[in-house]
Write a protein that binds this ligand. Sequence first.
Ligand code: 6PG
Length: 465
Amino acid sequence: MELSAFGVIGLGVMGSSLSLNIADKGFSLSVYNRIAPGEEHMVSDLLDRRTDAMSIQGFSDLEDFIASLQRPRKILIMIKAGKALDHVIDALLPLLLQGDIIIDGGNSHFSDTKQRCENLRKKNVHFIGCGVSGGEEGALKGPSLMVGGNHQAYQSISEVFEAIAGKDKNGLPCCTYVGQDGSGHFVKMVHNGIEYAEMQLLAELYALLRDYYSNVEIAELFKTWNQSDLGGYLLEITIDILTKKEGDDYILDTILDKAGNKGTGSWSSKVALDLGSVNTMMASSVFARYVSSFKSMRVALSKSANRLKIKNEFQIEALEKAYRFARIINHYQGFALITNGSQENSWSVDCSEVARIWTNGCIIRSDFMEASIEYLKDGKTYFEVDDLRNQLRDGEADIKSLLTLGLENNVSVNTFYSAYDYWLSMTSENLSANLIQAQRDYFGAHTYQKNGYPEDQYFHTNWTE
Ligand code: 6PG
């Protein structure tokens, strides 16, 4: 038996698509899936999908699977993040040898990845946490891959990973070594946080527009935006979604308005809070999904809300500029979270390189992401780019029109509001935090700093004297 160059464990949608992608690029592959109720045919189903040119061996016995791999073994695990992953790692460990490499391609929490890297290092096995974006099609044809872990181990798998990744406009792989331990999964988590807000902005625009325009008309409008600098994958799929029919009905109109989530948006928002990073747009998008889930309560309460639908006039161009404004802030907040996470964990993540690998294969690929490679060069932020600062300054009036339209028409546009409010606060010389400081000092003697005094000098007042 010829030994395979690479192994994949877990043949769900993502695992089987990545397997076919790897084999299609000419790498000999072994695949494994457990025999469990409902999973009995996963290995044979995958083998049925291989072409003559592909070299794939299938296993349902872990020992045989490991024995079929060249050393050092390179094993990609594509199973549900969490406890199940630890069970598989525990089962693998007695079968592995020094220098073997385990790669977790699931949406694991970066702190778990960090811990697993450390645990396995003690056992002389490399652990790599790889963020994989692009869904089923991306996995099959070219995902965006965000790799974190031991650099030497990355070098052993880079040939395979760079071959299967999507390609940027210069033909370079949308795959990069992000940094040590949990950095790849951290960056993927933030990718999803940005994704949540990008999706929510489109949902809020749709909510505003549907009072005035048909699905087809909204799609036509979005098509024109998609041909501008606002173009991107999420806008593109929204256009398709708006016009897709089943019989006489638009499918969109038949879908229950309760949004699901698998947790990565809330992880990013929680991590942002822990790091002191301001990520109001992703948090607001997560909350919007949570609010949507209270459907029966919303239906009941709507009866007592008794709101009149007034159709107010508005300028369509204002919405376009407001969308551009909000996307700049969303990307700013997202990359700021990556920078903060990188500093906290000593990862040295290069945001411009992250933007590059997000230009293809992933869900938030867009023309703005393409431009971001340059905007974020050499550690720069969006706010240091004159053109973007001007767009924000000039877009203020437009986002205010959008917010006003939302208020007047009773449409929730909270993620747009978060974008506006962030910019408003960040560009305000004076905020009201002096009162907060006084209150803290009043009830807790927490002290305060004073205008015109050195920052390291703190004052306390006895407020009741
Ligand atoms: C991707 C996606 C993918 C998936 C997430 C988010 O980059 O391919 O982000 O990882 O869509 O699971 O899903 P939820 O919306 O269910 O949280």
